[in-house]
Design a protein around this ligand. Sequence first.
Ligand SMILES: Cc1ncc(COP(=O)(O)O)c(C=O)c1O
Length: 398
Amino acid sequence: MVKPTSQWWKSVVPLKEVFKCGVNYKLQDVSRKSSRISEYLSENGWRLRKILRGATAMHTELRMRIRDLKNLVSNINVESRPDEICIDANLATSFLGGFKPLDLDDLRTQLHQAVDFITDYYKHVDSHPVLAQVEPGYLRRILPPTPPGPAAAFDSVLHELRRGVLPGMTHWASPSFFAYFPATNSAASLAGDLVASALNPVAFTWLASPAATELEALVLDWLAHLLRLPQRFHHGGAGRGGGVLLATTSEAMLCTLVAARDAALRRAGGGAGVAALPRLVAYGSDQTHSTFVKACRIAGFDPALVRCVATRPESEFALEPARLREAMEADAAAGLVPAYVCVTVGTTSSTAVDPVGPIAEVASLFGAWVHVDAAYAGSACICPEFRATWTAWSGRTR
Ligand SMILES: Cc1ncc(COP(=O)(O)O)c(C=O)c1O
């Protein structure tokens, strides 16, 4: 077993020599073929795994250099024949300045490769079985157990993508996909993602990235405009409105739940504060997405006080304001505090649209906050023919 002492660091110098003689390519070549992998040496996180064998046998100069190297690193007890040595080509390359994550030539080549991959994928998406034909755990049998090193060739990564990842995809973009709901994409959004990831803005404050910060607020105002939301939903409008971009609906649900929870705790006043938490009640329907119950738990609501009001086929599985009111009245009479109502515009399982306006009326009787989960069908409300769902509600909000 090797002790990677300071001697090991010295080995970087001769390794550099080895690489200079053009063996770099061969190392990668052999490591790509993974002719033999062994965990010879491991300590302090340094793992030297690839055994370079065939190449050394063929390449006299390399063999000599590797011998030199082995002599230099005298305390490394490599159990190997003279033409064999353990090195990790990727790791070594990164030490030697071969790791250039943003080399502009590589950037251009790899982006072209990625764009070709994407356009080919969409061109032939209907040739893939919509449902992945794989068994659970299949991917670990295909991909290596350790990550590719920094010098892994991009085309070998693309190869792994084709070989390992594509067969395990459910192809939502396929024209034969009719499950769940449509997952839309567009050329503009793909290109936009690419540019955004290249610009890589860090937007935690205005100063950190003024354009990103302002663009976020502006784009959310565009959305409010498209949905014909009142001015108070805009940044800089009369109220305290204005949106932020979040990564998922679940995140949005949790944020609104926490805000509603804290507002209810403030209302509870009288020093009750957090002590009132066990009395707060949240309401959804039995069609509400499971993320609702999950978010309630994270926000500290008592699971026994998370109500999933029963829906009926007669009302097309929508949350009925009368039933909600009954539940809220019963809770209030029992000394509980109705704090949050989640309505859904397009439930995942049945596309039910809860009557947002009338439910907001009921919630306001109890001072409860209303969250509209519009993950599924909210964007449809941009269309004039569906706008009524929205405007009926937005006229009633404070
Ligand atoms: C109506 C509805 N709410 C919430 C979610 C959860 O969305 P996310 O995965 O973005 O948290 C979904 C996802 O399908 C949904 O359809």
